[in-house]
Design a protein around this ligand. Structure first.
Ligand SMILES: Nc1nc2c(c(=O)[nH]1)N[C@H]1C(S)=C(S)[C@@H](COP(=O)(O)OP(=O)(O)OC[C@H]3O[C@@H](n4cnc5c(=O)[nH]c(N)nc54)[C@H](O)[C@@H]3O)O[C@H]1N2
Ligand SMILES: Nc1nc2c(c(=O)[nH]1)N[C@H]1C(S)=C(S)[C@@H](COP(=O)(O)OP(=O)(O)OC[C@H]3O[C@@H](n4cnc5c(=O)[nH]c(N)nc54)[C@H](O)[C@@H]3O)O[C@H]1N2
Ligand code: SF4
Ligand SMILES: [Mo]
Length: 679
């Protein structure tokens, strides 16, 4: 059997963007491991991707196009050929466009293939067709992104590899040992070598928290109060860097006068549920550090006032001047500092603006949009029938008899079961693509390691085939993946633009960090904005603040438990459901209650339990643990509906927006738990 090792890039939705080595035998991927020659990957992949040979070869893979023969949602399909599938799709689209105009179509690829082309060209196809557009990512990161942008500007944050210069690391709303393992490994190494302490701020005593030097079990949704309390102490104890504040920030004087007096340690303790001593300790550690690095997580933003939370924490390094120091500052995302010509792929032609559909309100859009209604839907690399809030609405929308749905996925997902046509997708290990990390400063070309299984085709390939049949003449739809990637460099600026194509296409990792010159601010004022005119114009409090949301407060009176949502350790949303080993390690879909809450409800570990609120009820297995506080129910990850006792957690979550970025508010969900009574 011919054996070879191919250098590839991990395309899963993860900040680390590992370089991987895929071992191939007889045309089949038999092993996937971390690349020892990539500085950031450092020779290891996470526990999930170590099993990706099982993912590509999973018996659950779809190998041919399918046409629905049963009711929507029932999952009955018959195989058809690619020509039949593409002909039917494009004929239907042409009819819809002729009758209702292009706005009656909605298509998207979301984050499950992080390759710039396999994700970008699907969106490019719908851009060129002038269809309605998905305001994508509101289910994930638009809240934190907008909060960062109005504060720091659309620019990347600290380089995770600068942690070698840090003297304090704070994981704030991020379970790094689960979602950012390479940064976690670096931070731990610094702790071992140089005694750099790690602080974790999280309502759950996560894997990261268990290993922290200081762990603050903050109450959900109170991070802005904690950050403002720390600022209060920094000012009180003269630990603020007045010179930095004067030169690089805007509006601190007003925050100091109008906001900080409201956040003395005693009140912050009351709001956050933390001990005054711990708040003082955090502020003292932060104020005395020379280069403290805050890893900002999205966890604190998955609720109504999530934007205020992230913004307040993001302002902290401006008070101490740590933004000016290598190894200090804050890291949310890095992608905005990679200035490639993305439009070449994502916007080859088509109108500058059309009608937008918010990703998290897909259900609402399918049910209520008029003039024209959405009549054709194309979903690639996304499983909204599980992962969107108000999932009942999504399912009801997908069940519409007059909606023509196409799903492109390697697996027959809950969403695919509603499709008229299902197309078999190649995985990243079976595609060529260009990658740039969103949580580190690296870029890399990833090669197809093995031919796609069965008749599976890549997102890129299918986008081109559909474009051709729809009569789109844009050049990008006829280029090879490598030639298309070259378009990304035309007009690009910064370190990414300087990549040597010979090295790039040979698969060499390209370091794309700018030389360190302090955090750059790309706000309207060019400074770190404690006061944001942009927010004032949107009617949002222009200064960081914390207040209780009235709807949340009313729900909290009605229901005794609040939802805490966190990543699954052996699953990431539903993308690894096809791997037996990981599914079993994760166990059946479960929730976690504090021992006190379990006892008062007469339920015990291992029981099936019922989670319910005004939206409905679902059934999960129960684990009991004091890793969470009383009053909280933790549901890690999103899992396919068939795996659970009944339903999925998003059946209980509303599609209300966050304060910034119109993002999802999963954690603004109140509910109760009781024994499961099978219907
Ligand atoms: N309650 C609650 N809901 C949440 C969250 C939460 O914290 N709580 N988190 C939210 C977040 S952060 C996110 S990002 C979303 C994620 O939501 P989704 O994007 O829906 O995530 P997945 O369930 O992983 O679905 C990805 C799909 O893409 C498929 N896929 C993988 N690779 C390819 C490929 O190359 N091509 C194609 N065509 N398909 C591919 C996978 O098989 C899978 O079916 O969920 C959100 N939903
Ligand atoms: N294993 C695994 N890895 C993943 C994913 C996965 O599902 N599984 N998903 C991927 C995706 S799509 C994304 S977007 C990223 C997200 O990765 P992160 O940015 O790390 O965000 P989350 O996973 O949403 O939440 C992180 C932590 O925030 C905590 N948290 C919740 N509410 C609060 C709060 O109010 N305050 C504070 N301080 N903390 C809070 C949660 O307990 C959790 O431990 O991870 C990616 N990586
Ligand atoms: S850590 Fe992230 S980038 Fe690395 S292999 Fe795992 S999922 Fe992929
Ligand atoms: Mo996400």
């Amino acid at each position: 059997m011919v054996k070879s090792s191919v250098r590839v890039v991990c395309a899963h939705d993860c900040p680390d963007m590992c370089s991987l080595i895929a071992d191939v035998e007889g045309g089949k991927i038999v092993r996937v491991q971390g690349d020892p020659d990539h500085p950031y990957t450092a020779g290891f992949a996470c526990g999930k991707v170590n099993r990706d040979a099982d993912l590509v070869n999973s018996p659950g893979r779809i190998t041919t196009p399918l046409k629905r023969i049963g009711a929507k949602g029932a999952g009955q399909f018959a195989p058809i050929t690619w020509d039949q599938a593409l002909d039917e799709i494009t004929a239907t689209w042409k009819t819809i466009i002729a009758e209702s105009g292009p706005l009656a179509l909605l298509g998207y690829a979301y984050s499950a293939h992080q390759g710039l082309m396999n994700r970008g060209l699907v969106n490019g196809l719908f851009h060129a067709l002038g269809t309605s557009r998905l305001q994508a990512g509101t289910v994930c990161d638009t809240c934190c992104e907008v909060a960062w942008d109005v504060t720091v500007g659309p620019v990347g944050g600290a380089d995770p590899e600068s942690v070698v210069h840090s003297d304090l690391v704070i994981a704030w709303g991020a379970d790094l040992a689960a979602t950012n393992v390479h940064f976690w490994a670096l931070a731990e190494e610094q702790r071992k070598k140089r005694g750099v302490p790690i602080v974790v701020i999280d309502p759950r005593r996560t894997r990261s928290a268990k290993q922290a030097d200081l762990y603050l079990p903050i109450r959900i949704g109170t991070d802005a109060a904690l950050a403002l309390g720390v600022m209060h102490i920094l000012v009180r104890d003269k630990l603020a860097d007045c010179d930095y504040i004067a030169r690089h920030t805007l509006g601190f004087d007003r925050v100091e006068r109008e906001i900080l007096p409201k956040f003395p340690p005693a009140r912050v303790a009351e709001i956050t549920g933390l001990a005054v001593a711990d708040i003082e300790k955090l502020a003292a550690m932060y104020g005395r550090a020379k280069a403290a690095l805050i890893r900002l997580g999205e966890g604190m933003t998955r609720l109504i006032h999530g934007g205020q939370a992230l913004r307040a924490v993001t302002l902290l390094p401006g008070v101490t001047g740590h933004y000016a120091v290598e190894g200090g500052g804050a890291l949310l995302l890095t992608a905005a500092s990679c200035d490639l010509n993305y439009a070449a792929i994502r916007k080859p032609s088509g109108p500058a603006a059309t009608r937008n559909v918010n990703h998290l309100r897909l259900g609402e859009a399918l049910l209520t949009m008029k003039e024209p209604p959405i009549r054709g839907l194309y979903i690639s690399a996304n499983n909204p029938a599980v992962t969107c809030p108000e999932v009942h609405k999504v399912r009801k929308g997908l069940a519409r008899g007059d909606l023509f749905t196409v799903v492109h996925d390697p697996f027959l997902t809950d969403t695919a079961k509603y499709a008229d046509i299902v197309l078999p997708a190649a995985t990243y290990l079976e595609t060529d693509d260009l990658y740039r990390a969103y949580g580190a400063y690296w870029m890399q070309w990833g090669r197809e390691a093995a031919a796609p299984l069965g008749e599976a085709r890549s997102n890129f390939d299918v986008a081109q085939a559909l474009a051709k049949r729809m009569g789109l003449a844009d050049r990008i739809f006829a280029l090879s993946p490598q030639d298309a990637a070259k378009e990304l460099f035309k007009g690009a600026t910064g370190p990414a633009a300087a990549a040597d194509p010979a090295k790039l296409f040979a698969g060499e990792p390209i370091h794309i960090a700018h030389a360190f010159e302090g955090q750059v601010f790309k706000t309207p004022s060019g400074k770190l904005e404690f006061y944001s005119e942009q927010l004032a114009r949107q009617g949002v409090s222009p200064m960081p603040d914390w207040s209780e949301d009235p709807i949340e407060a009313a729900d909290a009176k009605k229901w005794p438990l609040r939802l805490l949502t966190a990543p699954g350790y052996f699953q990431a949303h539903t993308a690894f459901s096809g791997v037996d080993f990981l599914r079993q390690r994760e166990g059946k879909p479960f929730c976690v209650l504090h021992p006190k809450d379990a006892a008062t409800r007469g339920v015990k570990a291992g029981d099936a339990v019922r989670l319910f609120n005004d939206r409905g009820e679902i059934g999960l297995m129960l684990q009991v643990s004091d890793e969470i506080q009383p009053g909280v129910v933790l549901v890690p990850g999103q899992r396919p509906i068939g795996e659970a006792v009944s339903g999925t957690i998003n059946m209980l979550c509303s599609d209300r927006y966050t304060d910034m970025g119109e993002g999802a508010t999963y954690q603004s969900t109140w509910l109760d738990v009781g024994p499961w009574r099978a219907a």
